[in-house]
Design a protein around this ligand. Structure first.
Ligand SMILES: O=P(O)(O)O[C@@H]1C[C@H](O)[C@@H](CO)O1
Ligand SMILES: O=c1cc[nH]c(=O)[nH]1
Length: 348
């Protein structure tokens, strides 16, 4: 039976939750999952899976402080080709300024304006064909931002957009400072799925990411050889503390042995890092036909501890690593040569 909201996608009850499975996770986490279940977007346009939008005279993107009546979205954003998202507003401002220099655009880039300045929910900057947006922490926060961002790209008639989350994470059996390019985002049970409660039912969506894009990013990492980069599964949790098996939260209901047993099982299932947004990001972008990637630096190895002890300066340099990799990728895609001098994002 077709799912009413996802034409042609079978509906199967989810045994665990007596719920609706809108997009069947196609493979086991170990296998990783391919891109075959993804919709082909029409001429590179963003696919909006909501028939109600067509009936609306105006669409107010409330949390972005933008709207279809108040702003000329095609003029403002129609030529955007790369969208980069990350938790922190300062990081995403620093990334936009860094990209401004990397693209060799006029001016220092220091004066880039926050397009969402009318709201303090998210921050958004653009430079050349690159849009840089913060999403806050966790699935509810990134989910709201992505609904409005994806509609923005649709209203602006953007084509062939690549979207990348550049974030931080806890590593699993990898050296602190390593950068992980996600092949499959998995949940806290190591399954490639994103569960969302819709009208009281659990809807399950696939979390496949674009395999070719991940390989292209890995190839680009050879241009930034001063840190290790690898491809692996990324586990996405609803919490930083108990949800990621930490012993140092305000609450903890398990022993250190149970914690290590869980983290080792995750590692055996192919998980190489843990963060808090990748499953929702992969599911939403995939369903809307966006080519998406997740690139996160590991701030520590969770098999060795829970607290993030590296000095602030070290952590700042770690956060710049995904930004440098993505800059190399965008330059390569645009056919630009690397800039002459050593370039680093500012310290956010
Ligand atoms: O993009 P960021 O670095 O914010 O992503 C991770 C996951 C959580 O949002 C946060 C927890 O410290 O960092
Ligand atoms: O351990 C970590 C570090 C950063 N972000 C996370 O979600 N977990």
């Amino acid at each position: 039976m077709p799912c009413p909201s996802h034409h042609n996608v079978p509906v199967t009850p989810c045994r665990a939750h007596h719920s609706t499975l809108c997009t069947t996770p196609s493979t086991s986490p170990a296998a990783g999952g391919g891109t075959s279940s993804r919709p082909a977007s029409l001429g590179g346009l963003v696919l909006i899976k909501n028939p109600h939008l067509d009936t609306m005279e105006e669409d107010i993107l409330y949390h972005l402080d933008l709207g279809t009546r108040t702003h000329n979205l095609p003029a403002m954003f129609g030529d955007i080709k790369f969208v980069c998202v990350g938790g922190s507003p300062n990081r995403m401002k620093a990334f936009a300024q860094f990209m401004h220099k990397e693209l060799g655009l006029e001016g220092s880039g220091e004066d880039l304006a926050d397009i969402c300045a009318g709201t303090d929910r998210y921050a958004m900057y653009r430079t050349g064909p690159v849009l840089s947006i913060s999403h806050g922490m966790g699935i509810p926060s990134i989910s709201i931002m992505l609904h409005e961002l994806i509609k923005l790209l649709h209203h602006a008639k953007c084509r062939d957009v690549t979207i990348i989350r550049i974030g931080t994470s806890g590593g699993l059996g990898i050296e602190a400072g390593s950068v992980v390019i996600t092949d499959t985002a998995v949940d806290a049970s190591f399954q490639p799925r994103f569960e969302q409660v819709v009208l009281g039912d659990v809807v399950v969506r696939s979390t496949d990411l674009d395999r070719d894009l991940a390989e292209e990013l890995l190839a680009c990492s050879k241009e930034v050889p001063d840190f290790p980069t690898l491809i692996g599964h990324t586990m996405c949790t609803y919490d930083f503390y108990e949800g990621q098996g930490r012993l140092d939260g305000a609450l903890c209901s398990f022993s250190s042995e149970k914690k290590l047993e869980y983290l080792k099982r995750a590692h055996e299932a192919g998980v190489r890092n843990i963060e808090m947004e990748s499953t929702a990001f992969a599911a939403m972008c995939g369903l809307c036909g966006l080519k998406a990637a997740v690139v996160c630096v590991a701030l520590l190895d969770r098999l060795e501890g829970d607290q993030i002890r590296a000095p602030r300066e070290v952590l700042r340099e770690y956060q710049q690593r995904p930004q440098r990799l993505i800059a190399a990728f965008i330059r390569r895609r645009l056919g630009l040569h690397p800039p002459a001098g050593p370039a680093l994002p500012s310290s956010n």
